[in-house]
Write a protein that binds this ligand. Sequence first.
Ligand SMILES: [Zn+2]
Length: 305
Amino acid sequence: MPKLRTWFSGVLETQTALHVGTGTVTSTVTDAPILRGADGLPLIPGSSVKGALRSASERLLRALGHRACLVFGDQPPADDTLRCLTTDKAGRDLFFKLKGSDPLDEAELNEANRHFNPPPSWGQDWWRDFGQHEAWQKHLLEDRNALCRACLTWGSPFMAGRARVPDLRLRGDGAWAQATEIRDGVGLDRDTGTAADRIKFDLEALPAGARFDFDLIAEPEADRAVVALAVGELLHGNVPLGGRTTGGLGQVALTGFAIHEVDLADPAALVAYLTHGQRTSFAGQEAENRLETILATLLEDAHAA
Ligand SMILES: [Zn+2]
């Protein structure tokens, strides 16, 4: 059984101005400076790209009828089956009580049995030992479907994600460091959300044409179909990044798309990767075909459901 680590790679190019801010004002030139690395060059934090990719995959999972909670969404799903343990506060509190070996009263125990439906082989007093058994915790979270497909892949308070995006570095020379523009904006009243014409506000943005190296790395335990949904959206320009996306900022395109794989369960492949960085690579049409193969597992899921 292969254990594939997969890289989805390419060059992310801004199609419109892009504002990825620092969240704190450190500039005397603008109200909202963009984020820069230690070298002074504009930087896109991988965490912000990962968040946008996660949201994109959640939208599509729900459209396909799969469970995907709304960690980053702004409205709770009408359908309860779209929630998962991450967005279920009572269940979450109960799980962490169990994990911490806190004593449960009778009502809590009934609730835990109903909520998690532990296998009979664990015995009546399973909850007393739960904190000591990592395999049990994993079983409830993964095999018993406590977490949705998005949480299992991108991460949740219960477990680290199996896919990550390193910070995106700007390509090319330092000329881009000075190429940013200051754009006038309309300040929003924090309380009402309406335009407040008395608030003067501007922000720094990178113009269209800036290019960043992009890598999304999925570990073998990641649900590659979930990752591939997000990558497909990115390929088609449907994942805006940064701030003011509703105002048209943050449109990006992925070019030079490639997929690289290493089978971590194959000792020869692993040694070749660790010593020479050797990977099985798919570029151009081959990369698109590979993406299609990964996404095709969604069709099998649909038949099984
Ligand atoms: Zn979830």
